[in-house]
Design a protein around this ligand. Structure first.
Ligand code: CA
Length: 230
């Protein structure tokens, strides 16, 4: 059975939506707050569709949508009292799939739910959540960051691979050189720093607000994030 997540703070509206979904054979989950809804969605990546209220007590549905789009391509239908064209365009531009202005008929909502699910069926596999911050392809010596392949030099790849073998562990410069360089005795500590700098710049291009590589003064470097292999 397909599960639909509803994030809506008004229980009268939620009751109506949940009842309509149930009568159409959908399983549903109701969350009152955006933050809790996102947490639930991260734990249930198989969720088929999200119905998202714009006016939530802990934030704006558009902002929550942007956050969700960083980890999921789940179809999203916005619910809002502000039924004007500007909102509609904003909603679709930031990654919503459809838009319902309140008041709306529950039957119209379920009809749209079904239409969107039908439309998104062929891409269902690709719409699965990518739980990995990093993905290492050992065979081809390449690394993905948030779903994008990084354009790394050989040493940058070796260095990142070393850090990613044990996320959160602090590696000294000597340990990094030992593992990443063929002739460590010919290299200098600052070579590691230089490569860290260029890697950080490449990561920033993909996700500017994150800085997964941490400098530990006098100790070395560590990386954080989930790592998958392919
Ligand atoms: Ca609301």
């Amino acid at each position: 059975m397909q599960t639909i997540l509803l994030i809506e703070d008004e229980s009268a509206i939620a009751d109506m939506v949940l009842y309509a979904l149930k009568s159409e054979g959908f399983d549903s989950e109701w969350q009152r707050l955006g933050r809790e809804g996102i947490d639930w969605l991260q734990q249930h990546p198989e969720t088929a569709l999200l119905i998202l209220d714009i006016g939530l007590p802990d934030g704006n549905g558009f902002e929550f949508c942007k956050e969700i789009r960083r980890f999921s391509s789940i179809p999203i239908i916005f619910l809002t009292a502000r039924n004007d064209e500007v909102d509609r365009i904003v909603g679709l531009e930031i990654g919503g799939d459809d838009y319902m202005g309140k008041p709306f008929s529950p039957r119209e909502l379920t009809a749209r739910v079904k239409a969107i699910l039908k439309r998104s069926l062929p891409q269902k596999d690709q719409s699965a959540i990518e739980p990995c911050t990093f993905r290492i392809d050992f065979g081809r010596c390449r690394i993905q960051y948030h779903g994008q392949w990084l354009d790394l030099t050989r040493y940058e790849y070796q260095l990142m691979k070393t850090l990613l073998q044990q996320p959160e562990r602090i590696f000294s410069r000597a340990q990094i050189m030992d593992q990443a360089w063929n002739e460590p005795e010919e290299s200098l500590d600052r070579v590691v720093d230089t490569h860290i700098k260029t890697i950080r710049a490449k990561l920033r291009q993909i996700r500017g607000e994150e800085n997964p590589i941490k400098t530990h003064r006098g100790m070395g470097y560590s990386i954080s994030g989930s790592v998958c292999e392919s």
